[in-house]
Design a protein around this ligand. Structure first.
Ligand code: 4AD
Ligand code: MG
Length: 454
């Protein structure tokens, strides 16, 4: 029976002497003439499994045909490993070559730069780094579902094609079947202008106002022309939306969620996180422990501006009440001033989206951004405007099309309720948890301006 490498390496000594079959890709091969070592990986764990074949075995001649990157199946016996790096190894009885590799296999060396690996995204998961990211990402997604399911949030699905620009930032990808874009959108497939969604929030609100607590986990698309280490044109967003809740509840849920993710990484992905601690960010494990243990700082936008003004730091973008916080400001607050995640609330209403609830000061809205060291914003959310009249006014003030938002206003007409929610940029979360600096390295195949290969 085929066993995954993780099963074998995690087993106890009862496995010694058992006959097993393992399948995987060759990482290294060393021919010592009287015997040969093959290390193989199958993606299940960071460690490779070492297998040994004796030259007296008839199968030994096959060693010559095996090179790095080949896929093979091995039948053999589990024995205790004399080496100190692994508990068990396999004494090979039989080798089956499934797919040979070639001399130009791009992953011959032990280490490769992130830049180079981006040019071979289709092979990236075969490296230690690519495998570790893939496993951590998988685990964070699995446990995100668990976090919300345990709290009775329902997982809902929202459309990818939409007519509304939720965030009003104008960075939309148009969806059309028209050959000539100068034609009237009424002649288009949907008889109006449509786009790829930037967020599932508005649709999620409809379900929160009926099912109480829901969440979306979906791709989101933004045609932002920015070549930064934290922007993608296609990324994944996790968006809880819940009713009978205000901004305070929102801050609490988002903080609990981020802490939970840090704990998941340490508990469930110990080996991969230790690898990141060693090769990507020294002190990562300590940082994640700190995230779990210390409460997040919660400050108002107004206080954040005061801190930035007092910092005497030369920023590229001016610090002024009413201006949006730039990533350099966000990073100063979380990285240098508070040295931990910071929740900034109550932003000026001019710089935030139309759906956010007005505060009683008349100047700010019940917004919430979570800022973390090195990255800046990883979560954006708000309490939503639940008054029909105020929301209608806001839609008009932002010069949005009332017709498009008629259904959204209906939610305030039939049994309106205070409700709130937030969006987690999932790749930024993976960056935060792994310490990996560039967002392009934490998603299997990345999409950014000028890049849609693979
Ligand atoms: O702050 P944003 O724009 O908020 C919303 O879209 C709300 N509708 C969410 C909600 O309340 N349900 O985006 C949310 C998060 C950001 O904090 C950021 O982490 C991430 O999405 N994000 C991006 N991640 C990668 N690439 C991009 N281009 C991103 N734009 C936003
Ligand atoms: Mg935002």
């Amino acid at each position: 029976m085929r066993l995954k490498i993780k099963k074998i390496l995690k087993a106890d000594d009862k496995i010694i002497g058992k006959k097993v079959k393992i399948c995987g890709w060759v990482k290294t091969i060393r021919d010592q003439k009287s015997f040969a070592f093959i290390e193989i990986s199958d993606g299940s764990t960071l460690s490779n499994l070492q297998a040994i074949i004796d030259s007296t075995n008839d199968e030994y001649r096959k060693i010559l045909e095996i090179s790095i990157g080949a896929s093979i199946a091995i039948d053999g016996e589990v024995v205790k490993s004399p080496g100190k790096n692994q508990k068990y190894e396999i004494k090979i009885d039989k080798i089956q070559i499934i797919g040979t590799s070639q001399e130009d296999y791009p992953l011959q060396k032990k280490r490769h730069s992130f830049e180079y690996l981006r040019t071979i995204s289709h092979l990236r998961c075969r490296t230690n780094m690519g495998g570790a990211v893939t496993r951590v990402r998988n685990s964070l997604i699995y446990h995100s579902h668990k976090f919300f399911q345990d709290r009775d949030f329902l997982y809902i699905q929202t459309p990818i094609i939409t007519a509304s620009d939720t965030e009003g930032a104008g960075d939309l990808f148009r969806v059309t079947t028209l050959e000539d874009l100068r034609k009237d959108p009424k002649e288009d497939f949907f008889k109006k202008k449509t786009f790829l969604t930037v967020s599932g929030q508005l649709n999620a609100e409809a379900f929160a106002c009926g099912m109480s607590d829901v969440y979306v986990f979906s791709p989101a698309f933004r045609a932002e022309n920015s070549h930064t280490s934290r922007h993608l044109a296609e990324f994944w967003m996790l968006e809880p939306e819940f009713a009978f809740a205000d901004l305070k509840d929102n801050v609490a849920l988002a903080s609990d969620y981020i802490k939970y993710m840090a704990k998941v990484a340490l508990d469930e992905n110990e080996e991969d996180i230790a690898f990141f601690d060693k090769f990507i960010e020294k002190g990562l494990i300590e940082r994640l422990k700190h995230v779990i243990e210390s409460p997040f700082e919660v400050i108002t936008y107004t206080d954040a501006i005061k801190i930035l003004e007092k910092s005497n730091k030369k920023f590229q973008y001016p610090v002024k009440w009413g201006n949006d916080l730039q990533s350099e400001h966000e990073r100063y607050l979380s990285e240098e001033h508070f040295k931990k995640p910071v929740v900034v609330i109550d932003y000026p209403k001019e710089i935030k989206a139309f759906y956010m609830k007005d505060n009683s000061d008349g100047k700010t809205v019940a917004a919430m951004d979570i800022l973390v060291p090195k990255i800046g914003e990883i979560v954006g959310g708000a309490q939503r405007e639940d008054s029909y009249d105020l929301l209608k006014k806001k839609i008009e003030m932002k010069k949005l099309d009332l017709d498009t938002y008629k259904w959204y206003l209906d939610l305030r007409k039939y049994g309106t309720v205070p409700h709130a929610g937030f969006g987690v940029g999932f790749e930024r979360l993976v960056q935060f948890i792994t310490g990996i600096e560039n967002i392009r390295d934490v998603i299997p195949f990345y999409r950014a301006t000028g890049i849609a290969d693979f």
